[in-house]
Write a protein that binds this ligand. Structure first.
Ligand SMILES: Nc1ncnc2c1ncn2[C@@H]1O[C@H](COP(=O)(O)OP(=O)(O)OP(=O)(O)O)[C@@H](O)[C@H]1O
Ligand SMILES: [Mg+2]
Length: 115
């Protein structure tokens, strides 16, 4: 399923964590967001997962806007930042924790700060 972000913003008071961000991920595509610490990568992932509600803009899964869909109904797994990773395991093994019994999930990883 394709994922599309359309003019997505998340503001915390005066802090513009994400500001008017748009992109399109095709079905089956593997995507990494790279950028300096504080540029809004984790905030973007949290909006895709449904944990943060966008201040403005839309998130589409296929043709459907999912802004109001709760996290539990999005079929998204998320691996959180460093403190929730298993340091003795590989990136793949850490991410593998998001795969449930035979059912493929879309999943997101937010890795070490600054990376
Ligand atoms: N809950 C929050 N309340 C206020 N400001 C926040 C909140 N979450 C993030 N921010 C701010 O929003 C901006 C983006 O933060 P975010 O964590 O998304 O960055 P990041 O790209 O994931 O950084 P890093 O590479 O360090 O993980 C930062 O300036 C951060 O301080
Ligand atoms: Mg981050």
């Amino acid at each position: 399923m394709e994922v599309k972000l359309e003019n997505l913003s998340k503001h915390f008071g005066k802090v513009k964590a994400v500001n008017n961000f748009s992109f399109h991920i095709n079905d089956g595509e593997f995507v990494a967001l790279l950028g300096p610490s504080g540029c809004g990568k984790t905030t973007t992932l949290l909006m895709i997962a449904g944990i943060y509600k966008p201040t403005t803009g839309n998130i589409y899964f296929g043709n459907n806007v999912v802004n109001e869909v709760p996290p539990k109904d999005r079929n998204i797994g998320m691996v959180f930042q460093s403190y929730a990773l298993y340091p003795h395991m590989t990136v793949l093994d850490n991410n593998g924790r998001c795969w449930s019994s035979g059912k493929r999930k879309r999943y997101l990883a937010s890795t070490y700060p600054g990376y």
